[in-house]
Design a protein around this ligand. Sequence first.
Ligand code: KIV
Length: 274
Amino acid sequence: MKSINVFKKSNEKIAMLTAYDYSTAQTLEEAGIDAILVGDSLAMVALGHENTYNITLEEMLIFVRAVSKGAKKTFIVGDMPFMSYNLSVEQGLKNASEMIKAGANAVKLEGCSEHILELTRRCVECGIPVLAHLGLTPQLLNTIGGYKIQAKTAETTELILESAKKLQEAGAFAVVLELLTAESAEYITNKLDIPTIGIGAGAGCDGQIVVTDDIMGKFTDFAPKFVKRFANIHDTVLESVRRYSKEVKDGEFPSKRESFELGEGEKEKLYVNK
Ligand code: KIV
């Protein structure tokens, strides 16, 4: 059932995946996934952009609406896109409310500046649950200097822990830890009351999230080391499209089975006006 309680710390790991469309959301729900993120990764995976900067709130809302129709019982987090929450707390609050109106049950905010802490507090006060996101934060890629492991030393690990604690205090219900060494992520996890959801952060987190299209082998432009392939949708679709194309060219598809034919005595009626 749709509930934020899936994010309570317990011995059972939280399994979370991304979805951007109605039918994928239906399948994830049928499989019993704990929660769904409509991630801004869709800018790259579904819209073909080079990074996550070029997706607007309006575009995100289209996908959130689709996912919320497909997964009516699953907790859905809407990812706030680049600059849709950075200008002011009022802007962030208003846009977070649009996510909720579109069908999300919570929003995800990247980083831990004073502004993000204040926005987290205000969202929570207004009944908008916040999933925090630390470590590699793709919307801050230009300031953190690219896709690299974020916690390799005791100092950087402590900095991330400090941020996570502030976000916890501000009211975030969980925190995504992206691209951290397994040791750092586990250390941070053990020091927090809220659950950590890892992506490229080892097995010591309270839960895991990955991009569905990555683990299903659907998005194949590149695959980070932390991606395990559970299926090969790309090859299945490729092979099926080739077979379809061949059958059309050979006149095998559509066959009688996929065609509608007139019954006894109906043929004459078809040309009655000629
Ligand atoms: O946009 C996204 O999909 C994410 C991840 C944490 C998977 O932020």
